[in-house]
Ligand binder design. Structure first.
Ligand SMILES: [Zn+2]
Length: 154
């Protein structure tokens, strides 16, 4: 698992050893701790087709949420988040499924709720009607709470 960071820490946060030089893909740089092998991921400007580098850092938190909350692997979460951005900022695509085109402002506004949207639209493949998404999210959150309460009761 990778910790998502805005920039690499000077030393590993777990064991204070030096990190190895990062390896990069087109979207993300990964630096590994040479002692405990903890990995740190820092998203690169080329990850999303936007000039807003702050948004790129912010939107990368969705990758973490997709792994923690929905159990996706790191790399599949990276691909899903990117696919969502590309599809849902595309006017023709959004028109074809009958929803308003989304933009950077929308992503800022949605904040931590984006991971649910990404999972719903791209993995669940639910009804694109935004109201159906809200219904699904309400039910998903209810089940999550019930599961948490159940675990607490054990
Ligand atoms: Zn370490």
């Amino acid at each position: 698992m990778c910790k998502i960071v805005r920039e690499f820490p000077p030393l590993c946060r777990e064991c204070s050893a030096l990190l190895l030089p990062p390896t990069c893909t087109d979207s993300v740089a990964i630096a590994e701790c040479r002692r405990c092998h903890e990995k740190y991921a820092c998203f690169l400007p080329g990850w999303l087709p936007t000039a807003d580098e702050e948004l790129i850092k912010y939107y990368s938190n969705n990758v973490g949420a997709l792994t923690f909350e929905f159990g996706h692997s790191f790399w599949s979460a990276v691909a899903l988040a990117r696919e969502y951005y590309n599809k849902f900022t595309d006017e023709a695509y959004c028109r074809s499924i009958g929803i308003p085109t989304q933009n950077d402002e929308f992503f800022w506004h949605e904040g931590g709720g984006m991971a649910s949207r990404i999972h719903y639209y791209l993995v669940v493949g639910g009804d694109p009607d935004p109201h159906r998404f809200i219904d699904w999210r309400t039910e998903h959150n209810r089940l999550k709470r019930a599961e948490r309460d159940r675990l607490k009761g054990l």
